[in-house]
Design a protein around this ligand. Sequence first.
Ligand code: DX5
Ligand code: ZN
Length: 228
Amino acid sequence: MTFNRFIKIAPSILSADFANFGAEIRAIEAEGADWVHVDVMDGHFVPNLTFGPPAVEAFRPHVKTVMDVHLMIAPVDPYIQDYADAGADILTAHVEAGPHIHRTLQAIRAAGMKAGVALNPGTAAEAVAHVLDLVDLVCVMTVNPGFGGQSFIDMTGKVRQLRAMIGDRPVHVEIDGGVTPETAPLVAAAGADVLVAGSGVFKGGSVDAPQVYGANIRAIRAAAEAAV
Ligand code: DX5
Ligand code: ZN
């Protein structure tokens, strides 16, 4: 995984058919996904429950690109090794998930993964000012985490601020929530390079009609690239 700031589309399998994850992952990658975004929810940090380490381990052999695991759980630290063992390439923890984000990010890197830190819409960019040397990715939530298909919350000011704070560091800025061809240009112009999209990629398609995934991915990518 070499660092670059080209636009990357990361479909969230939260919007996939939960009875068919392997085929769904293979379909989105065949249709042009750059990364695969995996949303882990615990019914406690967020009001929804998805899957845990055994499921993520089962996804691993199907992911040929980058497995980007977004933890919406608290606490995080007791589970870091489990996600390393499950094969996560990037493990992202929320800055709001506990009092020791610095320790958490150190532990993620020590376990051999790339480290990400996520910020809820109500959290200021300054909350990550002192961990920017410990991360490979900052995830700016553009919805309140917990569910797919919500409306985009404009965080372009926060994205610009984070890009300035990050400076020359090799750190991705990822946008998560409500990404469509209409919203992608706003965040791409502000400096985001990784666009997570759940409903925006999966809507209208299926493993039997994967060309729809391809068309959705291309529409988001084209809109974002035109704004950079
Ligand atoms: C939200 C998740 C997102 C979600 C995005 O809690 O972290 O990754 O799947 O879904 P859309 O793109 O439908 O807003
Ligand atoms: Zn996510």
